[in-house]
Design a protein around this ligand. Structure first.
Ligand code: AMP
Ligand code: ZN
Length: 114
């Protein structure tokens, strides 16, 4: 049985506030926002992490990039700037083992990150 919480969101078994969706990707508001705009974009298929991406995922990855562009426009952070974060593995604090792209914006973001 699949225990992945993001797969459950895709299956609509866990409610999320959807920002963008098509047959391959889902974007939803992060439940614990770290910035005024904090959206997660995920592939609908279970890809564990960025290191698991292969050439076969090219179309889905392009769709994720297009979705990020659309969300940045829709949430009005396209001109002010925003950050895309992909945590990978233990040292980065990856908590959910289903590939996800954080979109963070709506405030000035510090660099380097903690
Ligand atoms: P990461 O630490 O990069 O694996 O990020 C996982 C993200 O998923 C965190 O920012 C969480 O706040 C978010 N998250 C966990 N559960 C939910 C949920 N039920 N709805 C929306 N976001 C969630
Ligand atoms: Zn999953």
């Amino acid at each position: 049985m699949n225990e992945c919480i993001f797969c459950k969101m895709v299956e609509k078994k866990i409610p999320v506030e959807i920002v963008d969706e098509d047959e391959d990707i889902l974007a939803f508001k992060d439940i614990k926002p770290q910035a005024p705009i904090h959206v997660l974009v995920i592939p609908k298929i279970h890809i564990p992490s960025i290191t698991s991406i292969t050439k076969e995922h090219s179309r889905i990855m392009m769709k994720i990039i297009k979705s990020i562009q659309n969300i940045a426009k829709k949430t009005d952070i396209i001109d002010s700037g925003f950050r895309i974060v992909v945590n990978n593995g233990e040292n980065a604090g990856q908590a959910v083992d289903h590939l996800h792209f954080h979109i963070l914006g709506g405030r000035s973001l510090k660099w380097p990150p903690g």
